[in-house]
Design a protein around this ligand. Structure first.
Ligand code: NAP
Length: 263
């Protein structure tokens, strides 16, 4: 069987980088396509590529730019002809680096920029990569005995618990919460459209917990030490979920511990 192919979008740092490291370390012979805005400056990805010779393809992709997404999909199509796993990891909290605490902080441009990267980007990624995922070999997740229920590929949209409408008791963070709630709707819609055909693509939203990265840095002092995960720990948990996914679990959001999140 050909080596599984995973594409990690938003791989320069944080959780995206940890996904690349995890797959290269634990999922041999799987290969990783790592995309980021500035491959020349992505020193950790370049180092990974040197250590795992032949298993890393590093490509430039700004998820706000549909042309970048189209171009990368064409390169992946030519080089690999298929995809088994797509992880959309890139996101921003807000262009200012801090979530809005009240309506006073809301600006139209702030909301639009956040939704463009966090919601529109992953959806457009799905548009261009779904045909390749439909040609995948189902190299990630689990296949049930019934072959008619096999999946060919998996889309993972990294969401956040604060995007859950049902769980929102605190308010604030308008742009980020709205972007992740809408991303969850995209996941659900995708799971329906891409779950219909003969080649099924499984689609889930996954919440990584509160993780020690640049995105959450302004809030670390409010998080108890044992609740602030390392990227390695969070990705271990998320990959354990991915490893046990099958088509019956498509179209849902799961937290790092495997619990289903309310919409
Ligand atoms: N950290 C947490 O506590 C936490 C909690 C819940 C959910 N999440 C989610 O986890 C995911 C990963 O976040 P993180 O914590 O790893 O954040 P991070 O360390 O700040 O990394 C963000 C990543 O997104 C990339 N990115 C931003 N805008 C982009 C664009 N237009 N095109 C391509 N890449 C872009 C960044 O690339 P550059 O290097 O080019 O800037 C960087 O690689 C996000 O979806 C986030 O919402 C995180």
């Amino acid at each position: 069987m050909a080596a599984p192919v995973a594409l990690i979008q938003g791989a320069s740092r944080g959780l995206g980088l940890a996904f690349c490291k995890h797959i290269l370390k634990n999922k041999s012979p799987a290969v990783v396509i790592a995309t980021c805005r500035n491959p020349d400056g992505a020193s950790e990805l370049k180092a990974l590529s040197a250590v795992h010779a032949g298993r890393v393809t590093l490509l430039g992709l700004d998820v706000d730019q549909e042309q970048d997404i189209r171009s990368v999909s064409e390169v992946v199509s030519q080089r690999f002809g298929r995809l088994d796993l797509l992880v959309n990891s890139s996101a921003l909290l807000h262009p200012s680096g801090k979530g809005e605490t009240s309506l006073r902080d809301v600006s139209a441009q702030g909301v639009i920029s956040t939704l463009t990267t966090n919601t529109v980007g992953p959806l457009v990624m799905a548009k261009y990569f779904a045909p390749l995922l439909q040609k995948g070999g189902g190299g990630f997740g689990q296949q049930p005995e019934d072959k008619s229920k096999h999946h060919s590929g998996i889309i993972v949209n990294i969401t956040a618990k604060v995007g859950s409408i049902g769980d929102n008791g605190l308010g604030g963070w308008y742009s980020y919460r709205m972007s992740k709630a809408a991303l969850n709707m995209a996941t659900r819609n995708l799971s329906i459209e891409l779950g219909r055909g003969k080649s099924k693509v499984l689609c889930v939203s996954l919440h990584p917990g509160t993780v020690n990265t640049d995105l959450s840095r302004p809030y670390h002092k409010n998080v108890p030490k044992d609740k602030l995960f390392s990227t390695e720990h969070s990705v271990n948990c998320l990959m354990s979920i991915i490893d046990t996914l099958n088509i019956s679990r498509t179209g849902k959001a799961y937290s790092w511990d495997g619990a289903e999140l309310p919409w």
